[in-house]
Design a protein around this ligand. Structure first.
Ligand code: ZN
Length: 144
């Protein structure tokens, strides 16, 4: 993917390879955003200590406070308290445009924590929706 990387609010030179990127991201002390240059409003971002009180920041060592994947103004995934190794996996999948794998990883994390609620079904076509899916993947209908 042709992407742009922003760290702590500043656009930085794009790392040469994924390993360099990972070591860069691991050392981010605030937040990073990796944006798809070919598509507006498509990015993955993670915050390290943003929004966390100082007394809790030690807890978040090697963790991201939250990680989000957005496309076209819709939040596709949001996972809180993400281990760096999991975040790395998600970023790699993003750069490889393997969005299904991002979703699967995030879903399995949320399931593990019991944060996934009952399945719901599209009001238009009856397709199964995950709790965080506001737009039906089959017909595009907006569901609540
Ligand atoms: Zn539908």
């Amino acid at each position: 993917m042709d992407y742009e990387l922003s760290i702590n609010g500043d656009v930085v030179d794009r790392p040469e390879d994924v390993d360099t990127l990972m070591s860069l991201l691991t050392n981010v002390d605030d937040f990073w955003i990796s944006s798809d240059k070919e598509s507006d409003n498509h990015f993955i971002q993670a915050g390290v200590t943003t929004g966390i009180s100082e007394s809790l920041q030690d807890k978040y060592e090697n963790h991201y406070h939250s990680l989000e994947h957005w496309k076209d103004g819709t939040q596709i995934i949001e996972v809180e308290d993400v281990d760096v190794s999991v975040a790395n996996k998600l970023v790699k999948a993003f750069l490889e445009k393997d969005y299904d794998s991002i979703k699967e990883t995030a879903d399995s994390l949320l399931k593990l924590r019991g944060e996934v609620g009952e399945d719901t079904f599209c009001t238009n076509c009856g397709s199964k929706l995950t709790p965080e899916q506001r737009f039906c993947p089959s017909c595009g209908e907006k569901n609540n």
